[in-house]
Design a protein around this ligand. Sequence first.
Ligand SMILES: [Zn+2]
Length: 321
Amino acid sequence: MRRSRSRNIQPLLREVTLSKNDLVAPLFVDENLTAPRPIESMPGQFRYPVTDIAAVVAELWNKGIRAVLIFGIPRTKDAEACSAYAPGGVVQQAVRSIKTHVPRMVVITDVCACEYTDHGHCGIIGKTRGGMDLLNDPSLELMDRIAISHALSGADIVAPSCMLDGVVGSIRAALDAEGLEEVLIMAYSTKFASALYGPFREAADSGFSFGDRTTYQVHPGNSREAILESQLDADEGADILMVKPAGFYLDILAQIGTIGLPVAAYQVSGEYAMIKAAALNGWLKERETVIESLTSIKRAGADLIITYFAADVAGWLDENE
Ligand SMILES: [Zn+2]
């Protein structure tokens, strides 16, 4: 085997190499801010005011990043998430601004209600047999409205993250009825109830006032259920499937790749925070660890990787050329 690993031969035989086209940069836009605010649990990441977002995205474009995923933090929250689908809402403003200044950047928007509800759950809540919980069907129409408003603002891809049953089919029908057939759906099709989302809740201000999300996300121990979740979204018309988090779930990622649709993997806030914290302590080399983590995610079958390291990686790939 060592014949093939000599310094000159090895690069020719490499099976998986990262490229900038694999990367999606997640960004937080906060309607309450007038200047960028650091996210403490995610060193190097910021919440940006709407007025800054086009410049931030232009910088990513210049580094070679070709897709961003937008999360919004609104000024007002209520039980019905009204600010999530307002034409003048934070995501809607941000998307219009990005599309005006960096029109070729692919803009993906997170479609959910948890940043916009005062209770912090991903849709409409009400009484169920198990107590107060997220109601499935009453929340679907809300997701349709959010998706349509994002698409009308210029989003290329809408990404429902709520794990409601039937949400992909519902949004597909709603978009088509509005003449928005060209807009893709990237489903958060297999989303685990993970402890790794902790830092994100600070980033997106989406903690909840009661309960948790274990009644709508997949338990980390369930593999068949995880595959079925993505298969159902494929059947409902998803264009891209997703596994979230990424690094702890490479087996699931590899299996979902066999469904046949493109697959995205979301390297989540906790995965970012773990590498950052170890690197800041001098316990791991950041660059090598990040590249290895992303290469592993790609090797497992991801066509797209959503990662907070996107801008850094783009710079490192340039240095390697
Ligand atoms: Zn949510």
